[in-house]
Design a binder for this molecule. Structure first.
Ligand code: NAD
Length: 300
C-alpha cells in the first residue's frame, strides 16, 4: 500500500520510519525542508506538495501541529480535498479540536473522500518503538482498511466512536495528564521546601492514593526516574507548548458543551505562563522549574 504522509516533524518521522520498516511505500511532504529531508533519509520518497502526496497514494496520513494546519492542508487551495481521488481514505493523527475533525470530514464527504481522526498517545518513545496508543473516530469499516498501517505505528488501536470521538478521548486524557503533572510538581515543591527526601516522598506517593502514571514515568524532579525528561535537562518528550495547546482544546470543548471546568483552565494558564517564560519548547514537566518558591523574606 502506498501512503502519502504529510507532516514529517517530531512524531511524523519515527511514525513513517515504522511504516517504511513494515514494507509500506511512503510518499512524504512537509513545508519545512529539513523535516522532509529527514523523512527521505528514513526511506520515504519526496513529494513536492501536499497535492502531489495526496494524489499519488492509496491512503493519506497527516501529522500536523494544530487545527488551523489541518484545516489548511485538507481544505485549503492545493490541499487534499482538491487532489485526492474520490473514495480515498484519509487518517489525521494530529491532536486537534474535535469540531475541526468533524467539519473537515463533512467537507471531504461532499467529494466522496473518507476521513478518520486518529490522534496518538505515547510520545516520541512510543512513536519510535511503534507502540503508540491510537484513538480512532470514524466508520468501523474505514478503520479496518487503515488498520494495517495503524498497526505499523501503534500497538493499541481503540475505536472510540464517530468522527471527532478519537480527538475527544485524546483531549480528556491530556487534561488528566497535564493537570496531574502540576499537582505532582506542587507536591514536590512543598516536600522539598520542608527538606523531605524527594526519593522517599516518591516511594510514599507511589504506594498511596496519590500514585499517578505521570509521576511514575514523567517525574518532574530531575534524577528520580531514569528516562524521564527531567533527567535529561527537560528535553522533550512532550513540549510545554503542545500541552498548553491540548489543554486549551479541552477547555474549548468543555465550553462548547457547557461543561464546567475549574482545574483544566488553571493548568492551561500555568503551561502558557511557563511558555512565556521560555519553557515552551522544553518538556511540559519543566513547569516544575517555574513553580519554585519565592525567597525566604517574602511575607507569607
Ligand atoms: P512538529 O511541529 O514537530 O511536526 C509537525 C510538522 O508538520 C512540522 O514538521 C511542520 O513543518 C509540518 N507542517 C505544518 N504545516 C504544514 C503544511 N501546511 N504542510 C505540510 N507540513 C506542515 O509536531 P509533532 O510533535 O510531530 O506533533 C504533531 C501532532 O502530534 C500535534 O498535534 C501534537 O499535539 C501531537 N502529538 C505530539 C506528541 C509529541 O510527543 N510530540 C505526542 C502525541 C501527540
Amino acid at each position: 500500500m502506498k501512503i502519502g504522509f504529510i507532516g514529517t516533524g517530531t512524531m511524523g518521522q519515527p511514525m513513517l520510519a515504522n511504516l517504511v520498516k513494515k514494507g509500506f511505500d511512503v510518499l512524504a511532504f512537509d513545508v519545512v525542508p529539513a523535516a522532509l529531508d529527514a523523512a527521505v533519509r528514513l526511506g520515504a520518497a519526496r513529494a513536492g506538495s501536499v497535492g502531489e502526496a495526496a494524489a499519488n497514494c492509496e491512503l493519506v496520513v497527516t501529522m500536523l501541529p494544530s487545527s488551523a494546519n489541518v484545516e489548511a492542508v485538507y481544505l485549503g487551495s492545493g490541499g487534499i480535498a482538491e487532489n485526492a481521488a474520490g473514495g480515498r481514505l484519509c487518517v489525521d493523527m494530529s491532536t486537534i479540536d474535535p469540531g475541526t475533525s468533524q467539519r473537515v470530514a463533512a467537507r471531504l464527504n461532499e467529494r466522496g473522500i473518507r476521513f478518520l481522526d486518529a490522534p496518538v498517545s505515547g510520545g516520541v518513545g512510543g512513536a519510535t518503538a511503534g507502540t503508540l496508543a491510537i484513538m480512532v473516530g470514524g466508520d468501523a469499516r474505514d478503520l479496518e482498511e487503515a488498520r494495517p498501517a495503524l498497526a505499523a505505528m501503534g500497538s493499541n488501536i481503540i475505536h472510540v466512536g464517530a468522527v471527532g470521538a478519537g480527538e475527544v478521548a485524546k483531549l480528556c486524557n491530556n487534561l488528566v495528564a497535564g493537570s496531574a503533572l502540576i499537582a505532582v510538581a506542587e507536591a514536590f515543591r512543598i516536600g522539598e521546601a520542608f527538606g523531605v527526601d524527594l526519593q522517599v516522598l516518591t516511594s510514599v506517593i507511589a504506594k498511596s492514593s496519590g500514585a499517578t502514571w505521570v509521576m511514575e514515568h514523567m517525574h518532574p524532579v530531575p534524577g528520580i526516574v531514569d528516562g524521564a525528561a527531567s533527567s535529561r535537562q527537560y528535553a522533550p518528550g512532550f513540549m510545554t507548548d503542545l500541552m498548553a495547546k491540548d489543554l486549551a482544546l479541552a477547555v474549548n470543548a468543555a465550553r462548547e458543551r457547557r461543561v464546567p471546568v475549574v482545574v483544566a483552565p488553571a493548568a492551561q494558564q500555568l503551561y502558557r505562563l511557563a511558555s512565556s517564560h521560555g519553557l515552551g519548547r522544553e518538556d511540559f514537566s519543566s513547569v516544575y522549574k517555574f513553580l519554585k518558591p519565592s525567597n525566604d523574606d517574602a511575607p507569607v
